[in-house]
Design a protein around this ligand. Structure first.
Ligand SMILES: Cc1cc2nc3c(=O)[nH]c(=O)nc-3n(C[C@H](O)[C@H](O)[C@H](O)COP(=O)(O)OP(=O)(O)OC[C@H]3O[C@@H](n4cnc5c(N)ncnc54)[C@H](O)[C@@H]3O)c2cc1C
Length: 490
């Protein structure tokens, strides 16, 4: 009974602290603070990729600049009010970038876009990669951003970043030269190789544990053209797609060419058991027939829009593939590249799904997919050469696959079923990899599911203690730990 009274009292105190923070923000920022039942509130509250992540914050704060973020952070901190931070809203993890109990900082209005010295792009977290790529195309430049262009700049870079250029330039975050960040006490600081270098290191994969980022300065590089496009395969061609993928990742295969990148997907419809395949491929340069992709292009796909085009046109084309507004779930595990890894992933995915299909066959609108994301040795070497980051994977351990399972479905009533399926199938892939000697203890943060432990694998287990120490230095009162208790925490 006393416990119940105590929890009621605590809940009441929390509601009061949130209300106070919302009220004070609305006094100081009357044009940028939105309460429920206003069109601005609804626009920000629903600006998420996956319906699973649309929550109901008590109010939405849309700061116009770093100074406003600083003032807002001081207000939530002083009132002990919980809060969440959202940039592009693409992380399909409920609560990672929104909240049912607190203030939502929506970063949409901080959308700087400036080219400096023709080699660094200054980007606000409110940008999506789509707008960045189309803006940079006038200079024939690109950056190591997302392969699905509507994804936000903010979350992507703070989680590492798998781009089409990783074998040349490492994780997206390895290309940062400076990050402007608002700390828990409201200070606006720059983090780079010489100023707050420990914080700079931590931000390149440390997610939302250190501050609210208001600007990313990232290296640009020349990409006038790519050969790229999207291809679809029917069930009779899936084994050819899997074989081509295996050849691509094998030593001496297409992945040895730093200009080549692929996103192969095998999909199963639980309602019918039908299997199909697809591929998005990208080759940097003007070669209309790249040898690195020949194993794919020789398959007579059911449809293909592959061709030479600007990178921005390619990204616009491939980004029209995704669907917003459904319920989505990502879950992943590392698998070492050894002979047989690719078929192991695909066979385990297919066998597990078909033998558990009774559990998901009646889930409305369901599709389940597996995607192979090759992380090459050259990628890990480039990451290290760029100064490293907390992800800290040793190139000497070889290449690996960030093996991703993606689920989509329609109704909230099926959330538990799909979560259980995703956990089961990814566990099965990890177990099969271990049995085959292909275990690679790593979970990629940006593609992780709620509850997956990501930081314990960083740096082969050595980064977490360092990240926690850096957090204590820059946030001694634990504001980001206590009040922004969502997303991937240390
Ligand atoms: C369809 C789709 C395709 C994808 N493709 C790729 C891909 O090609 N490569 C890849 O690496 N990943 C990819 N992802 C994963 C994506 O990179 C992550 O979900 C990433 O976090 C999204 O960034 P965002 O800004 O949209 O996220 P949000 O959902 O807004 O935020 C994600 C997390 O970052 C924190 N955060 C965001 N902005 C800030 C900030 N300014 N300061 C502090 N914390 C912040 C949030 O609090 C939250 O915890 C894809 C995701 C989807 C849904």
């Amino acid at each position: 009974m006393r416990l119940t009274l105590l929890s009621v009292a605590l809940a009441y105190a929390e509601i009061r602290s949130i209300d106070a923070a919302c009220r004070q923000l609305s006094v100081q920022f009357p044009n940028d603070l939105f309460f429920p039942n206003s069109s601005n509130y609804t626009a920000e509250q629903t600006a998420y990729w996956s319906e699973t992540t649309v929550l109901t914050p008590n109010c939405v704060f849309r700061p116009a600049n770093a100074a406003a973020v600083s003032a807002g952070l001081k207000i939530v901190s002083k009132n002990n009010s919980p809060f969440a931070v959202r940039s592009g809203g693409h992380m399909p993890v409920p609560g990672a970038a929104s909240t049912d109990d607190g203030v939502l900082f929506a970063m949409s209005a901080i959308n700087t876009k400036k080219l400096v010295n023709n080699n660094v792009a200054q980007l606000g977290p409110g940008q999506s990669w789509l707008t960045v790529y189309s803006w940079l195309s006038q200079y024939d430049l690109a950056v190591a951003g997302g392969r699905y262009a509507p994804v936000g700049v903010g979350g992507y870079l703070l989680g590492g970043g798998i781009s089409y250029f990783g074998s040349e330039v490492g994780w997206g975050a390895n290309n940062l030269v400076n990050v402007e960040v608002v700390l828990a006490d409201g200070r606006i600081v720059n983090a780079n190789a010489t100023s707050n270098p420990d914080l700079f290191w931590a931000l390149k994969g440390g997610s939302n544990n250190f501050g609210i980022v208001t600007r990313f300065d990232i290296k640009t590089f020349s990409v006038p053209h790519v050969y790229g496009g999207n291809l679809a395969y029917d069930h009779t061609q899936v084994s050819e797609l899997v074989d081509a993928t295996a050849s691509f990742v094998a030593p001496g295969g297409g992945s040895d060419d730093n200009n080549a990148a692929i996103v192969p997907v095998v999909a199963i419809s639980p309602a019918t058991g039908a299997i199909s395949g697809s591929l998005t491929m990208c080759y940097r340069g003007s070669d209309p027939n790249p040898a690195a992709l020949a194993n794919f292009t020789k398959i007579q796909a059911q449809s293909s829009d592959a061709g030479l085009r600007t990178f921005s046109d390619f990204m616009t084309l491939s980004s029209s593939q995704g669907t917003r507004g459904l319920r989505w779930l990502f879950r992943n595990t590392g698998v070492k590249v050894i002979p047989g890894s690719i078929s192991l992933i695909n066979e385990t995915f297919t066998d597990y799904t078909l033998s558990n299909i009774k559990n998901i066959e009646s889930v409305k609108g369901a599709t389940v997919m597996t995607s192979i994301q090759p992380i090459t040795v050259n990628w890990l070497k480039a990451a290290k050469a760029a100064g490293g980051e907390p992800i800290g994977l040793d190139p000497a351990n070889g290449a690996f696959i960030a093996s991703l399972v993606i689920c989509q479905w329609d109704d909230a009533s099926d959330d538990d079923t799909m979560n259980a399926y995703a956990t089961g199938v990814v566990d099965a892939i990890a177990a099969a990899a271990k049995k085959a000697g292909a275990d690679y203890p790593f979970v990629y943060l940006n593609d992780a599911a709620k509850g997956q432990e990501v930081f314990k694998y960083y740096g082969g287990g050595t980064s977490l203690a360092k990240l926690k120490a850096i957090q204590r230095t820059y946030d001694p009162n634990g504001v980001f730990k206590r009040l922004e208790a969502s997303g991937f925490k240390l």
